[in-house]
Design a protein around this ligand. Structure first.
Ligand code: KG4
Ligand code: ZN
Length: 365
């Protein structure tokens, strides 16, 4: 959709909540549903290689990398957007204020605050999870029908969120312990598959499905893991028990070859998917939602995408399922810019906070 030049605004967005440093320039005009927006520049630098030897994100290393990467990304983004570095024609700056790793969040916030002072621009703090919900609209606007049910699954969160309109959130349920992505990361570590766990577990699981299973002439896995809280009446999740079940199974199995490893990965992944999908379908029915949104790093999981799509079309009066493009599943600043645009439309300049505070546990509100 075109951006109406007459009233177009430009947003500079910064995201540093975990291990990706990201900067985006977004141009937008009008309001939803008639508005338009366009990504002018969207840059992400992953720190995966820095954290991989430690088997997880090290907050102080993340902080150092964000400090190093941000000025480089900013220069590049402004250049791509043909904006001057001294006094760029942007309307405001948006930055992730939480949830996430506080030392990492502070780097983005301090950097954004320095720029707002230098350029005399307003600053808007954005919730990272809100960004993941908005990621399904990227790279171009889509019309959305409400009520919407969002399943946000990332390294730090697993939440089922009901939305009757944009920017209004009701948390139906969330994880009581580990997040879905965190469970992938921990199980991958137990299997010696490396970091981050999601992609390596899903690769190993796919291998079992396509190669090992057929070679063994077995159609079903002999390894079984629990589906925690699958029968609970609420919409909460728990993945810590599943992780422990994998640990015990690995102890019982002793030395295992690649084939068994991939079988464990497959069964673990399926246990997570079963719980996520069952609860999402139940909430979709109960609240008669017209749209289901999947967001967060775990949304990159191919089996989850596929199986969620199958279950959704099997519902009575199937809602529309919106899944982000692969490149927008992980952390990026385009999703922050877009969420900021919607907030700007609602709040306008008057209520922009002057200073922000990193909040590792920031809730959707
Ligand atoms: O949203 P995200 O990039 O960062 C946070 O906000 O936490 O999510 C990262 C999480 C990691 O736990 C990673 O293992 C997981 O997303 N992930 C996946 C896949 N790709 C990334 N989980 C399952 N399957 C994948 N293909
Ligand atoms: Zn994220």
């Amino acid at each position: 959709m075109d951006v109406r030049k007459k009233d177009a605004i430009k947003i500079l967005a910064i995201e540093t909540s975990c291990d990706e440093t990201a900067v985006c320039v977004l141009e937008a005009s009008g309001g939803p549903p008639a508005g338009g927006f366009k990504i002018i520049s969207n840059l992400v630098t992953s720190q995966v290689k820095v954290h991989a030897p430690w088997g997880g994100v090290v907050p102080n290393l993340a902080k150092r990398e964000h400090q190093k990467n941000l000025p480089i990304l900013l220069k590049k983004a402004l250049k791509q957007a043909k904006l001057s570095f001294k006094k760029p024609k942007i309307d405001f700056i948006a930055v992730t204020e939480g949830p996430g790793l506080e030392p990492a969040l502070w780097v983005g916030i301090n950097f954004a605050e320095d720029l707002t002072k230098k350029w005399k621009k307003p600053l808007l703090g954005i919730n990272h999870l809100e960004g993941h919900i908005f990621s399904v609209l990227l790279p171009e606007p889509k019309k959305i029908r409400f009520p919407v049910l969002a399943l946000v699954v990332s390294g730090g969160h697993t939440e089922l969120v009901l939305m009757k309109k944009w920017l209004k959130y009701r948390i139906l349920g969330q994880t009581l312990d580990d997040a879905a992505g965190e469970a992938f990361d921990k199980v991958a570590k137990m299997l010696g598959l490396g970091y981050p766990g999601g992609p390596v577990i899903s690769q190993a699981a796919a291998k079992w499905k396509s190669e090992v299973r057929s070679a063994n002439w077995r159609t079903k896995s002999e390894i079984k893991f629990p589906r925690p809280m699958i029968n609970s009446k609420d919409y909460n999740f728990s993945f810590s028990g599943l992780k422990t079940a994998v640990l015990y199974k690995l102890k019982e199995l002793g030395n295992i070859d690649e084939a068994i490893k991939s079988e464990v990965a497959h069964e673990f992944q399926q246990a997570v998917i079963d719980v996520l999908i069952l609860k999402t379908m139940r909430a979709a029915k109960e609240y008669r939602v017209k749209t289901i949104i999947l967001g967060g790093g775990v949304a990159a999981n191919k089996e989850l995408r596929l199986q969620l799509a199958k279950s959704t079309v099997n519902l009575k009066n199937p809602p529309e399922l919106l899944i982000p493009e692969m490149k927008f599943t992980g952390d990026n600043a385009a999703m922050i810019a877009l969420a900021a645009y919607f907030r700007w439309l609602k709040q306008k300049r008057s209520v922009f906070p002057r200073t922000l505070k990193a909040n590792g546990n920031l809730k959707l509100a």
